[in-house]
Design a protein around this ligand. Structure first.
Ligand code: AMP
Length: 282
């Protein structure tokens, strides 16, 4: 695996891969890698013959300094995992490489989905996320990019941004591929932030998925679904939102739509903020 810290090193690796006729699969991450990230790597490797992973903790998408400062950083372990997984290039830049002072970057304008839920509780998060994803896509120029369904709003916004940029002639055609959420044996969605949970907090965290599952078998009406879900959520989890939405628009729905509804949840357990979602009734 080639480890690139600079844009110049990355550009060399990308142009060589393209000159050799490879199709590039790209997985942007913030590191502290787990099986969820590695499932995206495997999905890319099943379709492309050249895989690039980036590890960059993007300060622009953190509202709270504390969360940014305490975000786990494990680059040595990440590099070993990616080498073992057969990844071709790891791009691990610093802030000045990604956003040099003289960079003239057209900032993507997030669509209306960015104002709801995650966007409401984390102002500026999606604008910061899209800015870095767009910049990384400019640098890597992937044929395919892989994202997890765990971050459902992020996925919808990235798809929207890419499609708008391609239509505007600002980006070469590429595809954004969505991959299912990977969970531990107790159903807790894997997240880099889980490493900050105590054993007692892990038990509480499991109730997020239990809430989603209870909602999934509670009928077709929003009211029934939400109350069944709430009943399963640990009293020690501090709920930010629990809602039934249309999976495309993220508009609240009163009844399960024909193609299914997305039950979404965000809650704090201790000082860790967790999100999860489940497509129900599809
Ligand atoms: P992050 O490092 O948290 O920014 O995540 C990088 C990518 O991995 C994003 O596309 C996430 O949606 C995806 N991801 C994170 N956790 C999981 C998971 N448990 N299952 C599947 N994909 C995930």
């Amino acid at each position: 695996m080639i480890l690139c810290h600079t844009v110049k090193e990355l550009a060399q690796a990308v142009s060589q891969a393209k000159a050799e006729g490879n199709s590039i699969g790209f997985i942007p991450t913030m590191g502290a890698l787990h099986e969820g990230h590695l499932s995206l790597v495997r999905a890319a490797q099943a379709n492309q013959n050249f895989t690039i992973v980036s590890v960059f903790v993007n300060p622009l998408q953190f509202g709270e300094k504390d969360d940014f400062n305490s975000y786990p950083r494990t680059l040595g372990v990440d590099a070993r995992l990616l080498t073992d997984a057969g990844v071709d290039v790891l791009f691990a830049p610093n802030l000045a490489e990604v956003f040099p002072a003289d960079l003239d970057l057209a900032e993507p304008v997030p669509g209306s989905i960015a104002e709801k839920f995650e966007g409401e509780f984390r102002p500026g998060h999606f604008a910061g996320m899209l800015k870095v994803v767009s910049r990384l896509f400019d640098l890597v120029a992937p044929d395919y990019a892989y994202f997890g369904e765990k971050d459902a709003q992020q996925l919808a916004l990235v798809k929207q941004m890419v499609s708008e940029q391609i239509t505007a002639g600002r980006r070469e055609p590429m595809r954004v591929v969505s991959c299912p959420t990977i969970r531990d044996e107790h159903g807790l969605a894997l997240s880099s932030r889980n490493s900050r949970l105590s054993e007692a907090e892990i038990l509480i965290s499991r109730s997020l998925q239990q809430a989603l599952l209870a909602g999934a078998s509670a009928g077709k009406k929003r009211e029934q679904i939400l109350s069944a879900a709430k009943a399963q959520l640990s009293a020690e989890a501090r709920l930010e939102y629990l809602e039934l939405v249309d999976p495309q628009s993220f508009e609240v729905v009163e009844q399960l739509p024909a193609g299914g509804g997305l039950l979404i949840i965000a809650a704090w357990v201790g000082d860790v903020r967790l999100i999860d979602n489940l497509l129900i009734g599809g």
